[in-house]
Design a binder for this molecule. Structure first.
Ligand code: GDD
Ligand code: MN
Length: 762
């Protein structure tokens, strides 16, 4: 439970965590108002929003961190408000992220397609909101910023000093993010409208005031528009801007620019340098003032500087980490680590200078640098290691209400099915853990109750290992290595399980892309690496059609298809079909190497290895952990793409390399090809070892059931084989779909669909 509505006006009704249970239709717009001690502004604000949005289906959500009567005031005002008004009150210990954290929480609670974030002190005139909505529509934007700084506008409500600070903050943002913030005059505005589904809230690390900047910085591919407005004067109460907020912003800038780990490392290095100074001073104090022997003084000074470093590291670098170990344990480990590092330096120096013949100054710097890296690694991964998430905070996915997955690790492929409430009884649970022998012996004893299988390459936590138990639900325990390789965990474990779980529910998860022309969906199947993704991208780019899925599609026996929107893997030959300028410079750079590794040749090589006795699943997991496959959601590759939730199949198309021309397929041929393509897609280890376990059991033969679903779904459906040597399937696809219209003769090809546009190629 995250919070409850406050429509009755009694502040006692609010539970600190809760999900709103409401049944009415979702509003178009949710207005999110972060408040901290704004009691004097609530009534006027709600009133003015009410008048400005009289004709708009909207709700207002306050996210409140106040110690004054703001909450009660919202309750009182809600009773007579024109719109639905609710409030999430955050108790002092839950006020993470300050203003930004409150906004994120508000967006999570929002039900509208659009979310407008607005200050609670009326410096942002609510009358501007309709203009933001209009602009969003007109510009087909994902986000519309209400800007204080378009052309000649400036903020008259600011003092000279505040205006200067605000201007330099904005300038700094533009200097550091010239591409991302191009055309955004006011990235630090607190007033904006955003399409709720366009931001991935889990990626944000909100802290303090600059939440818009956080969203812009971490959400690639947003279509941004602006609307000018005049920043007003505060109605009542006082500003919460502070020097501390300024510092938070600088930290945010740094971290967004270089990444979290690099930013932490940089700070760790800075702390180390400050520790050196402390060491020098402490040494001098011990020797000069207290007359301690210089060797003892050196040892003592080290303890002082270590303590100094510890306090800074704790308070400044890892302050946001939830603590798994006690403070004493952290301090103890840090002390031991630093002293050990000191001891290791002497032999290191000897090796560098005497054995390798390096210059002694250089060796000194090298040894310091190396030890800083090692110490940072230990601190980051071990001393301040992140806490294992409680099950309530696991990642939950709901796939069309058919199957639910709860996973300790985020499964990026399922992102579009993500839900933000705890799933009570997930169909599949995925946990990271070590596969113990005891446990498996126990499970073997209980074999009459549950079914159990294990695939383990025998390398313990550093190798690929999974344990699957099937009872009422399916429990997966995956070895710690797989935490670092979520793509492998999903593709080679979870997806395999899902395939057969869907069959149990009467659906087939088939290997085929699906796009829909008007209401006619076409399933495009092929062997892996034929060029399916390229074909789909080109078709979407040049024809009027909507996207359902690229790799796998859910098929019902009655011929309905449901979207399965995984991010698309851009392999070597797909690169040319995508509009690469849409990706950032960094992404494009890595794409070249990633796509080579995750290409046909790469995969063939992996299959060859699989025939040997090497621990192939482990190798695969390690490689993919080091070089994650290039995966992007379709809207990043084809901007403005239309998406469909479901459709009705009108045709099956098999694409194949080699030869030219096309052929009609018999129904049974079509079924055989589609099913064999599925097996082809699911072939990589450990699949062959776990498949028999997955598709049998409880007296059911799921393979036969899957075949029967596919057989019925493809019944009376035209199926065509398109062969090509030039990979021109995308140009021929629409004709096939047109011809499949029942009221047209099969010879005719009607140019109903827009002709192919020239492709954007680099
Ligand atoms: N929930 C919550 N928690 N709300 C907060 C917090 C907090 O910790 N701190 C401030 N707020 C609320 C205030 O109650 C107000 O509704 C809104 O956030 C803006 O706070 P002000 O204190 O009025 O900030 P400002 O007017 O100085 O700053 C404005 O301009 C900045 C750009 O210069 C805001 O719009 C900022 O978001 C913006 O970055
Ligand atoms: Mn303000």
């Amino acid at each position: 439970m995250r919070h409850e509505d406050l429509l009755t006006g009694s502040a006692e009704d609010i539970s600190p965590t809760g999900i709103r249970q409401r049944t009415e239709a979702a509003p178009l717009l949710t207005v999110v108002v972060p408040t901290r001690n704004e009691a004097g502004n609530v009534r006027v604000l709600v009133d003015r929003i009410g008048r400005a949005l009289r004709a708009v289906p909207a709700e207002i959500v306050f996210v409140d961190d106040s110690s004054d009567e703001t909450v009660a005031e919202v309750g009182a005002v809600a009773a007579t408000a024109h719109h639905d008004v609710s409030v999430v009150h955050r108790a002092p210990e839950r006020r993470v992220g300050g203003l930004g954290g409150a906004v994120v929480e508000g967006i999570r609670a929002a039900r509208g397609e659009w979310v407008c974030v607005i200050d609670g002190d009326l410096q942002h005139p609510p009358e501007v909101i309709p203009r933001l909505l209009d602009r969003a529509k007109e510009a087909a934007a994902d986000i519309v910023v209400a800007s204080r700084y378009t052309e000649h506008e400036s903020v008259t409500a600011f003092s000279r000093a505040r205006a200067l600070i605000s201007r330099s903050g904005t300038g700094l943002a533009h200097v550091l993010f010239p591409v991302r913030l191009h055309g955004v005059t006011d990235p630090l505005s607190g007033f904006f409208l955003v399409r709720r589904t366009a931001v991935d809230l889990d990626r944000l690390r909100p802290r303090g005031f600059k939440i818009l900047f956080e969203i812009l910085g971490r959400t690639p591919g947003l279509r941004i528009a602006e609307v000018p407005f005049e920043f007003g004067v505060r109605h009542a109460g006082e500003s919460k801007a502070s020097f501390r907020e300024g510092l938070r912003y600088v930290a945010q800038l740094c971290e967004l620019r270089v990444g979290e780990r690099a930013w932490n490392f940089g700070r760790f290095g800075a702390v180390g340098v400050s520790g050196l100074l402390v060491n020098v001073v402490a040494f001098a104090l011990f020797v000069r003032l207290l007359g301690v022997h210089y060797l003892a003084a050196a040892a003592l000074a080290t303890q002082v500087s270590t303590l100094w470093n510890f306090v800074l590291t704790e308070a400044w670098i890892f302050s946001a980490r939830s603590r798994r170990r006690s403070a004493a344990a952290r301090a103890g480990m840090f002390l031991v680590m630093n002293n050990a590092a000191l001891v290791v330096r002497a032999p290191m120096l000897i090796v560098l200078v005497a054995a390798l013949g390096l210059n002694d100054q250089l060796s000194n710097v090298l040894s310091l640098a190396a030890l800083t890296v090692v110490r940072f690694g230990v601190a980051d991964r071990w001393i301040w290691s992140k806490e294992r998430p409680a099950e309530a905070t696991w990642h939950g996915y709901d796939i069309h209400g058919l199957v639910t997955v709860a996973s300790e690790v985020a499964l990026p492929e399922l992102e579009r099915f993500r839900v933000h409430h705890a799933i009570a009884r997930p169909t599949v649970r995925v946990r990271i853990g070590t596969l113990s022998r005891v446990q498996s012996a126990l499970v073997a004893e209980l074999a009459f109750l549950v079914r159990h299988t294990r695939y383990d390459e025998g390398l313990g936590r550093y190798g690929f290992g999974i344990d699957i138990t099937v009872g009422k639900s399916i429990h997966v325990v995956a070895s710690p290595l797989l935490r670092r390789s979520p793509h492998v965990l999903y593709t080679n474990v979870v997806e395999a399980i899902l395939r057969w779980t869907f069959v149990k529910k009467g659906y087939a998860l088939v290997h085929g892309a699906c796009i829909s022309f008007d209401d006619r969906a076409v399933l495009v199947t092929a062997k892996t690496d034929t060029g399916k993704t390229t074909t789909i991208l080109r078709t979407l780019d040049s024809h009027r059609c909507s996207f359902l899925s690229d790799d796998l599609t859910l098929l019902a026996p009655d011929g309905r298809v449901l979207t399965y929107p995984k991010p698309l893997t851009i392999s070597n030959h797909t690169v040319r079909a995508v509009n690469t300028p849409l990706l950032s410079r960094r992404e494009r750079f890595f794409l070249r190497y990633q796509s080579r590794l995750h290409s046909r040749t790469g995969r063939r090589f992996a299959f060859l290895l699989a025939k040997t006795h090497l621990p192939i699943a482990t190798i695969n997991a390690v490689v993919q952990a080091l070089v994650p496959p290039p995966k992007y959601h379709v809207e990043r590759l084809v901007p403005g793409v239309e998406k469909a939730e479901e459709g009705r199949l009108a045709a099956l198309v098999v694409i194949e390399r080699g030869g030219d021309g096309h052929a009609r397929l018999e129904h049974h041929e079509a079924v055989d090809i589609l099913l064999s393509n599925c097996d082809d897609a699911f072939g990589f280890p450990p699949y062959p070892s776990i498949a028999p376990f997955l598709h049998s059991g409880n007296g059911r033969d799921l393979r036969a059931e899957e075949r029967s679903i596919v057989t019925r779904a493809l019944e009376a459906l035209p199926a065509t084989m398109l062969k090509s040597t030039t990979m021109d399937w995308s140009q021929r696809l629409p004709a096939v779909v047109n011809r499949s219209l029942p009221y047209e003769s099969p010879e005719e090809t009607l140019p109903i669909l827009a002709p192919a546009l020239p492709l954007a190629i680099d």
